[in-house]
Design a protein around this ligand. Structure first.
Ligand SMILES: O=P(O)(O)OC[C@H]1O[C@H](OP(=O)(O)OP(=O)(O)O)[C@H](O)[C@@H]1O
Ligand SMILES: O=c1cc[nH]c(=O)[nH]1
Ligand SMILES: [Mg+2]
Length: 209
């Protein structure tokens, strides 16, 4: 069974409060989502392998560690996942970025795919799927399946806010996938929005409502 890691650092909690606040406009919302993603990247990348290289300080030669040749791929689920890419790239600049376009049908709540462009070597990469919201889990389950169908083997999921229903759906469908979240909220409402949540992440990022 994949682990569920809740990153309840005070800085993340603080920023999440202003992300949730309906009075936070798109500019600040984007900035805060980027900052929280960057803070979460610290923990999501904890198991990246290191190797020792030889360098020379101004004083002497020494051995020191660098991240080894392991390749990372970031896979934002469009649109809202885009808001998390820059924060992650700040810390993992060598990562390649693949995009999966999905929107949730407002009546059935089922994901509808409309775009996909992935790095060619995804089967060799450690992939991190990015989406601020894990609600029913339908979008994340579909995106992860999509990656597995194309040969991906090592996948993590990173969300800002998850509903218990979404965590259950992902762990049932993809028990090999670890989930990293900033908070697990209470439940879903009748429109499958997360309570208390933050509303529609895509609309708030891009000002479309
Ligand atoms: O867990 P689920 O029930 O599938 O819901 C979560 C999905 O819904 C939102 O996307 P949305 O469909 O609003 O598309 P958008 O990012 O373009 O706004 C969100 O960003 C997730 O992708
Ligand atoms: O609460 C929710 C649920 C799905 N998508 C969102 O953006 N927010
Ligand atoms: Mg949306």
């Amino acid at each position: 069974m994949g682990k569920v890691v809740v990153l309840d650092h005070p800085l993340i909690k603080h920023k999440l409060t202003f992300i949730r606040d309906k009075n936070t406009g798109s500019k600040d919302f984007r900035e805060l989502v980027k900052e929280v993603s960057m803070l979460m990247a610290y923990e999501v990348t904890r198991d990246l392998p290191l190797e020792e290289i030889e360098i020379e300080t101004p004083i002497c030669k020494t051995k020191s560690q660098v991240i080894s040749g392991k390749k990372v791929g970031l896979v934002p689920i469009l649109r809202a996942g885009l808001g998390m890419v820059d924060g992650m790239l700040n810390l993992i600049p060598a990562a390649k970025v693949g995009h999966i376009g999905l929107y949730r049908d407002p009546e059935t709540f089922k994901p509808v795919e409309y775009y996909c462009k992935l790095p060619q070597d995804i089967e060799e990469r450690d992939l991190i799927v990015l989406d601020p919201m894990l609600a029913t889990g339908g979008s994340a389950v579909a995106a992860i399946q999509f990656l597995k169908d194309r040969g991906a083997k090592n996948i993590k999921l990173m969300n800002l806010i998850a509903a218990p229903e979404g965590i259950e759906a992902v762990t049932a469908a993809h028990p090999d996938v670890d989930i990293y979240v900033a908070n697990v909220d209470e439940k879903l409402n009748e429109h499958a929005y997360i309570i208390p949540g933050l509303g529609d992440a895509g609309d708030r990022l891009f000002g479309t409502k």
